[in-house]
Design a protein around this ligand. Structure first.
Ligand code: ADP
Length: 597
């Protein structure tokens, strides 16, 4: 049976083999055992429930939270030649009836529906009389209040097992926490489910963190590196979105805004333009992202710090779904931290405590100096199985540590002591910088021995070092007014028994990560651009997103191997029979023309 699914994988999708976790997930589907599959975005969840559906008798029903998601998936399946359909409220009655008739005839392998629809009485009855293979709940974390996307209509899905006794239910999510996982099993009343949890690390994402200096310049630098490629710039506030989007357009970039303050129509226009690649950059608040399956997002920039690492993981997760390298730059400032703190002040005490803890973890990540892939994996309770990820600023040594960190650390810590541990980070920094601020002279702190000790550095750098000492546990901030004090560990530094790590600021330099070098290895960039244009024309003509025709990875392989015949084209990952038939000629012709020069 598994062999048939593997044949289908090659025939329809043009892929050679399943990834290890996909194999296990598919075995559960074939065995008819309930399952919960947790894989990060881009981990290949959809194939786990799509590929077996093709080989089993009957229709697999997929519950999905958003119409745009369903549409995208159905379009992609049809392109591969898999009979799939969706039923949703935007369709005419006639169209819906036609789909149902095909389900009745058992000529649809995958049917996408919303949670409200699948449990509506008429539909339950209809499905009860149809031949079904299994049920799938996509984005299953929406069932849990502990997740970040709770949807009340998902709660009702607990009835699936009652309404469709004997059918296996398979739940898929990218949300990592143990609590959410347990909740999914409980809420959906799964029967002894097989729980499969993949690694949350995304090795193809290149993580970089920088303190924000000039927002626009820093964001533009990323866009310059990815001209004509798609990417997302996240901002905290709507106003920042509008300003940034306008500034980027003025600078000649094709950008569009997206936030909850815009009308539905305007938002949809921005989103469609991004998906169809009429605009390259979407500038957005966190409102943007769910339901975006666009596989070739090559960069995600956070122009402001998110409020938790969960959010950060979710948002950066939208980059590089096709497995190719993608750049994730996070710009942060102490001001962002303060902004979130102010927003959290109005929360009820209990959720506030959790929110503050998450915010602190986020800030610690920004100012920290451990491998970003490791830090993220650890946060989600997993270890990283390599010492050097070769895909973050820390491991690429884009961050340089200063040589005299012990002495510099001692200067900062003794300044805190001299200030009798009664002042915050800004004030302490100003004293170390030798500021003539009235408050400082008024307090006669210009007479301290530590006054002006670090005046040969920029204020931003010194302020950063203070934060780095906090994160590494040498200084602590009191709850009220964030007053600094020296910890036990800090005293070890003062006594010269321990050396902190302090970073040299390195703006502007940027090393190329191994993933990026590897995926471009042997690729003819000019031919790649030419093939992208061919793809763009086809997509435009058919009115579908470009990545549904072929993924970037497939085009790169074409631009690497330069196939000359259908058979050679079929060897390329992502070229199945139907796509070869439909588009093979156009691409082969372009390659031939290029060869001739
Ligand atoms: P998820 O739903 O987990 O975010 P997707 O199902 O969208 O992930 O898959 C991510 C990308 O990986 C897609 O471009 C998909 O076509 C590709 N992919 C998935 N499984 C395989 C495989 N076995 N071989 C090659 N590519 C794969």
């Amino acid at each position: 049976m598994l062999g048939r699914v593997e044949d289908a994988l090659k025939h329809y999708w043009g892929y050679d083999s399943f990834r290890p976790m996909q194999l296990k997930a598919i075995e559960s589907v074939l065995a008819g055992r309930d399952s919960i599959v947790v894989l990060p975005t881009g981990g290949g969840k959809s194939l786990c429930y799509q590929a077996p559906a093709v080989t089993l008798k009957g229709t697999a029903v997929v519950v999905s939270p958003l119409i745009s998601l369903m549409q995208d998936q159905v379009d992609a399946l049809l392109e591969c030649g898999v009979p799939a359909a969706r039923i949703d409220s935007t369709m005419t009655y006639q169209d819906q009836k036609a789909v149902l008739a095909r389900v009745r005839k058992d000529s649809i392998k995958l049917l996408y529906v919303s949670p409200e629809r699948i449990l509506s009485p008429g539909f339950v009855e209809f499905l009860g009389n149809a031949r079904l293979s299994y049920l799938t709940v996509d984005e299953a974390h929406c069932v849990s209040m502990w997740g970040h996307d709770f949807r009340p209509e998902y709660r009702e899905l607990g009835r699936l097992k009652e309404e469709f006794p004997g059918l296996a239910v398979h739940a898929y999510t990218a949300t990592a926490t143990e609590q959410v996982r347990a909740d999914i099993a409980r809420q959906l009343s799964l029967d002894n489910p097989q729980v499969l949890v993949g690694s949350f690390d995304r090795p193809n994402l290149v993580f970089k963190v920088a303190r924000r200096a000039n927002r626009l310049t820093q964001v533009r630098a990323v866009l310059e590196r990815h001209k004509t490629e798609s990417g997302i710039v996240y901002c905290i506030r709507r106003k920042d979105v509008d300003d940034m989007s306008e500034q980027l357009c003025q600078a000649g970039f094709k950008a569009a805004p997206y936030h909850a303050g815009m009308t539905d129509d305007d938002r949809k226009r921005s989103q469609d333009a991004f998906i169809k690649e009429d605009v390259h950059t979407i500038v957005a608040t966190v409102a943007f992202g769910m339901g975006i399956d666009k596989s070739n997002v090559r960069y995600v920039v956070h122009a402001g710090m998110p409020k938790s690492l969960e959010h950060y993981q979710q948002e950066t997760g939208r980059a590089g779904r096709d497995g190719l390298e993608a750049e994730c730059l996070l710009l942060y400032s102490g001001g962002d931290y303060g902004l979130w703190q102010r927003i959290q002040q109005d929360m009820e005490p209990e959720p506030r405590e959790a929110a503050v803890a998450k915010l602190n973890e986020m800030y610690a990540y920004c100012t920290g100096v451990t491998c970003r892939h490791r830090a993220l994996s650890n946060y989600f309770g997993q270890d990283l199985d390599k010492d050097n990820c070769a895909a973050c600023d820390v491991c690429l040594e884009d961050l340089d540590c200063i040589d005299n960190a012990l002495v510099t650390g001692q200067k900062i810590l003794s300044c805190v002591i001299r200030l009798k541990e009664r002042f915050g980070a800004d004030y302490t920094t100003s004293v170390l910088m030798g500021s003539r601020d009235q408050r400082i002279t008024g307090n006669r702190h210009d007479e301290l021995s530590t006054y002006g000790l670090l005046s040969n550095h920029s204020k931003r750098v010194v302020r950063d070092w203070v934060e780095q000492l906090v994160v590494q546990g040498y200084l602590q901030k009191a709850e009220e007014y964030a007053v600094l004090s020296v910890t036990q560990r800090g005293w070890r530094v003062l006594r010269g028994q321990e050396t902190p790590v302090l970073l040299k600021p390195t703006e502007g330099r940027s090393k190329v990560a191994k993933v990026a070098r590897d995926s471009w290895e042997g690729v003819d960039p000019k031919l790649y651009e030419a093939l992208r244009r061919v793809r763009g024309e086809i997509a435009q003509r058919k009115g579908v997103p470009a990545y549904i025709i072929f993924h970037d990875a497939t085009l790169r392989e074409m631009a690497r191997t330069k196939p000359e015949t259908d058979d050679e084209l079929l060897l390329i990952t992502g070229v199945g029979r139907r796509k070869c038939l439909q588009y093979g000629e156009a691409f082969l012709e372009r390659i031939q023309k290029y060869r001739r020069g």
